[in-house]
Design a protein around this ligand. Structure first.
Ligand code: V55
Ligand code: FE
Length: 489
């Protein structure tokens, strides 16, 4: 195997770590709370083979690995396995990369034309006893949650029509249904959006298709008790550019954003589009809900342009990462009113990886957690992840407007996305579990899995699980309780 390029996607924290491993009985400092019984599943992109083409977006098309940090009886273990996608199998058989640039099949080697190119690297989704590794450019891969063995590409027993499914599904806490969508659902660069509902039994109950105003990167969406909300930001794909070997995404500062809303169980012909500000972008929504007056509030980690430096660069947008403005923004709309624009209110600081209690999904909520950059940090952030800089401040936000609680890391340390573990007793906010990386030298890192009291993050971790292995940055995670796991077939 050749060497990886000396390029940000492969350096420092991002350096490839291709090895599968299982490590039992990890050393723990502090005490793992009794409620933390279950599995923290993590999606970890990891390039198996050096690229044969230069690709500044390569972080996003690194092969998916699934990791499980298992907690039982106050002890912890960790495992990591490749997702055996058709793509990973083909490249492993060849012993080299065969797929070209991020989401551009025209750049692939001829022998893999037509093969499923998804790397299933973004979110481990748990629903109806199924563990699915999802990426927005394709269908999910199903994983055995006990062994981490890949069971194959998943289409809900042949029911799914869409060629794609988001990595950001929403599970309704009352009905147990999983709401999802797929964009580019009818093929590369198509405007088709698929909107689907999966019952608590895992059966696809409905799938409807509609067209977006343009073919946009739709990374996340939200539900409320009565609606599904589809945001569109002007990061756009065009087929001709792909055919020329170009980038999948170009961001357009001059174009409008949109928020589509449809009754959750309605027909997509009832969909209404509300206009938002020009040029903005968002990867993750925190939540959405309806108030007593019937207004719908849509809370998102909004930025003034696309947050990925390689997308801004390809788009000719001269804005460095530290110059990019952002905010936690609430867009309010009246789905029954006559106005057709959103009203924006700033409700929190810039940041990303928003977390809410699963029980508040689509409902009014009074607290949430967010990662951000410490404005008082002395020194540079840890280099790594898709934006070349990792977050080092964990906030608990009071949605009623009270002061946030903050857990700041020392220079040289950073957070990966936390998951929330609910508490059994009323009045306790539960726990956050997050992998913390610490840079110990120019190319050396240590990693720990921290458990933090979710209602008292400023107190720091109650337990630190030592992970005696290099870890690459995680994208998203999912908490599956021991009870949920036991109920799975
Ligand atoms: C994101 C991640 C992706 C992707 C598109 O975090 C957007 C945002 C890990 O893959 O393909
Ligand atoms: Fe995401």
């Amino acid at each position: 195997m050749g060497a990886f390029p000396q390029q940000p996607n492969y350096l420092g924290l991002n350096s490839p770590q291709g090895e599968e491993y299982s490590l039992a009985d990890l050393a723990v400092e502090g005490t793992i709370p009794a409620e933390v019984e279950g599995v923290f599943f993590r999606a970890v992109p990891n390039p198996a083979y050096p690229p044969f083409l230069e690709d500044s977006a390569a972080f996003l098309s690194a092969d998916g690995m699934i990791s499980a940090v298992r907690f039982a009886g106050g002890r912890a273990s960790i495992e990591l396995r490749w997702v055996q996608t058709a793509r990973h199998k083909a490249e492993t058989a060849a012993g080299e990369a065969l797929f070209g640039k991020y989401r551009n099949p025209f750049t692939d080697k001829p022998e893999v034309r037509g093969l499923d190119r998804t790397v299933a690297n973004t979110t481990p989704v748990w629903h109806a006893g199924h563990l699915l590794m999802c990426k927005e450019d394709g269908r999910p891969y199903r994983i055995n949650p006990r062994t981490l063995e890949t069971l194959g590409s998943y289409d809900f027993g042949g029911a799914l029509r869409s060629e794609t499914m988001t990595a950001h599904v929403r599970v309704d806490p009352a009905s147990g249904e999983m709401f999802f969508y797929g964009y580019e659902a009818s093929g590369l660069a198509s405007k088709t959006i698929s909107y689907g509902i999966v019952g608590p039994d895992g059966k696809l109950k409905s799938e409807q298709w509609f067209d977006a105003p343009y073919c946009a990167m739709m990374h996340d969406f939200t539900i409320t008790e009565n609606y599904a909300l589809f945001p569109i930001y002007p990061t756009i794909c065009e087929l001709d550019r792909l055919k020329d070997g170009g980038e999948h995404w170009i961001h357009h500062q001059e174009l409008d954003s949109w928020l589509g809303i449809v009754p959750r169980y309605g027909d997509v012909s009832e969909l209404r589009w509300f206009k938002g500000p020009k040029g903005v972008s968002c990867y993750h929504m925190m939540n959405a809900f309806e108030d007593e007056a019937g207004l719908v509030h849509f809370d998102q980690c909004l930025s003034d342009s696309n947050a990925f430096p390689f997308i801004r660069k390809a788009s000719g947008i001269a804005l460095e990462q530290w110059e990019l403005g952002g905010r936690l923004a609430r867009w309010t709309i009246d789905p029954k009113g006559t106005a057709d624009t959103v009203t924006e209110t700033v409700i929190g600081p810039p940041g990303d990886f928003p977390v809410i209690p699963a029980a508040r999904q689509g409902r009014p909520y009074d607290h949430a957690w967010l990662l951000t950059m410490n404005p008082e940090r002395r020194g540079p952030p840890v280099f790594g992840g898709p934006v070349d800089a990792m977050f080092d401040l964990l906030l608990r936000l009071d949605m009623a407007g009270g002061p946030p609680q903050a857990l700041a890391l020392d220079p040289g340390m950073c957070f990966n996305e936390p998951v929330h573990v609910p508490a059994r007793e009323a009045g306790h906010e539960g726990w956050l579990i997050t992998v913390v990386d610490r840079q110990t030298g120019p190319d050396s890192f240590e990693h720990e899995c921290w458990i933090v009291d979710a209602g008292n993050v400023a107190a720091g971790p109650v337990a630190r699980v030592k992970i005696p292995h290099r870890l690459r940055p995680q994208v998203h995670g999912w908490w599956v309780s021991a009870q949920q796991l036991a109920s799975a077939a």
